[in-house]
Design a protein around this ligand. Sequence first.
Ligand SMILES: [Zn+2]
Length: 127
Amino acid sequence: MSIIEFRNDIPPINQYPHRIVSPTAPSLCCAVEMARIGEVQTDATGQFYYQRCNSCGYTVRRFFGPSPARINEDAQKIRRMLAEMNLGTGTTRRRTREQVEQEIAAAERPRRLIASPPRRPRKPLAA
Ligand SMILES: [Zn+2]
């Protein structure tokens, strides 16, 4: 969940990590004034950090990678797909149905994720 409130009816506020009020749209200054605030965070969507314009207060969440849960989910889908592909449609089946079902079951078991620590995003240019 984002802590950013986009509004134009009040001035921008930076009360990170609790609340940020940002203008609803970026301005020209944002091209050079955006600076990272706070640490890398992870939610259901991915890993991100907040980036705020030092000049006008425009703030965005900069996503740079999927969350560990998402990586795990995708890996599971791929394992399942690969297991299903082994069924084959021709006259010679490479595996018996029983073997394939065992593989599908194995693919659906959650596995422990071996996640590498998130890389620190490149530091934005200082103002
Ligand atoms: Zn700006």
